[in-house]
Write a protein that binds this ligand. Structure first.
Ligand code: UD1
Length: 423
């Protein structure tokens, strides 16, 4: 099959205003949650990206119908009868396992292919299982499938998560909303996407409080009282952060709209420390820079700490900073593959375990590079915009998984970037 790549001509500017799409990591879970609604739920502001298409296939496979009208999805979960998600879909997208919680909630059972490792680490699902087991779910592994049953129904429980896992928190919330009695999740993930999911579940009849804090409390309601709803997905803080990193890289000013700046507090603090000007007004954020980039230390942590999904974009900034930066990756054990691609463009980066020592260089050079994951891919295109000469970014299907019309949005900001199919 002919390969499509992104060609970036460097030394270019980024300036202007760009609208942020709905959050990928929210919309995927909102689609899964619609299974509990047993009717037609309507979700607005859903990004046009390939991961959403995979989730649509996952829930269609369960018997739902999914219709798209622009950025709005109508999901009819009335005829969901199947409980199985096959390997061919889970292997394409790990987030497919977020149907586990709603399926055990609605049917008391589920059969979901076990996700394997992925490029950014082993990514176990032990915390999903421990949390759901506390609610009464029995698991068996059957030829690569996780078989979930609830011999005595779902009941509330008090669970302390070992780590505030986003996926485990979401699966537990989606199952416990229809469990008998009360559930408390301690050390819950606090990401804005969890708040968005809980807002939708509450609009469907659930009784959940505390989302956005580390203790989430759920008062179970009967499944029959859950109903479909209409919901608008929150803006994508990682997409916003990516464009703002681009502004910091080449000077901007770039304004992103459709994003709550409180979702990006730590990322904006770091841009400020790197020497950027930041303005927040309503749902828009503007970043510009006139002074040299200052070196900075960053450690990725669960929200509200610095997001791992912006680590590559900020490593790029550090690579052109004055001085040395240390970046520590604490969320995924193997998320530095981006560094070796950036080194091919002239960056000076040494990896020691989960720390990266980034010594600032004066310039990067265009080169052929490969997206190693979706955020790395987006950061490589930005690197090409700042570099001298031409950069060819390969494996761009990673970028299409999570960024709606990335090339079009960058072009609208003045970047010289295009998609092309290689002969
Ligand atoms: C979600 C996001 C992803 C983001 C990540 C952390 C989606 C679709 N993806 O992924 O973009 O980078 O949050 O903000 O929303 N872990 C275990 N056992 C478990 C579950 C997780 O060991 O049962 C580990 C993982 O391997 C990882 C860490 O915990 O090292 C964080 O994972 P988690 O917060 O669950 O991330 P995801 O929900 O997979």
């Amino acid at each position: 099959m002919p390969e499509e790549i992104i060609i970036v001509r460097g030394n270019s500017k980024l300036a202007g205003t760009v609208a942020v799409s709905g959050a990928k990591n929210s919309a995927l879970k909102l689609m899964a949650a619609s299974i509990l609604g047993q009717g037609v739920s309507v979700v607005h502001n859903v990004p046009l990206i390939s991961d959403i298409n995979i989730m649509a296939d996952v829930i269609r496979r369960l018997g739902a119908t999914v219709e798209r009208d622009g950025h709005t999805l109508a999901i009819d979960a009335t005829n969901v009868t199947e409980c199985e998600t096959p390997y061919e879909l889970v292997s394409k997208m790990r987030a497919s396992i977020s149907v586990l919680g709603p399926l055990v909630g609605r049917f008391g059972r589920a059969r979901v292919a076990m996700p394997g490792g992925c490029q950014i680490g082993a990514r176990k699902i032990d915390m999903h299982m421990i949390g759901l087991e506390a609610l009464g779910v029995n698991f068996e592994i059957d030829h690569g499938f996780l078989e979930a049953t609830t011999p005595n129904g779902l009941h509330g429980a008090h669970v302390v998560l070992e780590f505030p896992s986003v996926g485990a928190t979401e699966n537990m919330v989606m199952a416990s909303v229809v469990a008998e009695g009360a559930t408390v999740i301690e050390n819950a993930a606090r990401e804005p996407e969890i708040v968005d999911l809980v807002n939708m579940l509450n609009a469907m009849g659930a009784r959940v409080s505390g989302a956005g804090s580390s203790i989430i409390e759920i008062e179970g309601v009967p499944l029959q009282s859950m109903h479909p709803c209409e919901h608008t997905t929150v803006g994508d803080r990682i997409e916003a952060g990516t464009f703002l990193a681009g502004a910091a890289l080449v000077g901007g000013p770039v304004t992103v709209t459709g994003i709550d700046a409180s979702f990006l507090r730590m990322a904006l603090m770091k841009l400020d420390a790197m020497g950027c000007e930041i303005e927040v007004e309503g749902d828009s954020i503007t970043v510009s820079r006139t002074e040299p980039i200052q070196a900075i230390d960053i450690q990725t942590l669960p929200h509200p700490g610095f997001p791992t999904d912006l680590q590559a974009q900020y490593m790029l900034l550090a690579s052109l900073a004055e001085g040395n930066s240390v970046i520590s990756e604490n969320v995924f054990e193997n998320r530095f593959m981006f560094a070796s691609e950036l080194v091919r463009m002239g960056a000076d980066i040494t990896i020691e375990g989960h720390h990266a020592l980034v010594r600032g260089v004066e310039r990067l050079q265009g080169a052929p590079v490969s997206s190693t994951d979706l955020r790395a891919g987006a950061a490589l295109v930005l690197a090409g915009i700042a570099a001298e000469g031409e950069t060819h970014v390969h494996e761009i299907s990673h970028i299409d998984r999570g960024y709606e019309d990335y090339v079009g949005k960058l072009r609208s900001l003045g970047a010289d970037v295009e998609r092309t199919v290689l002969p």
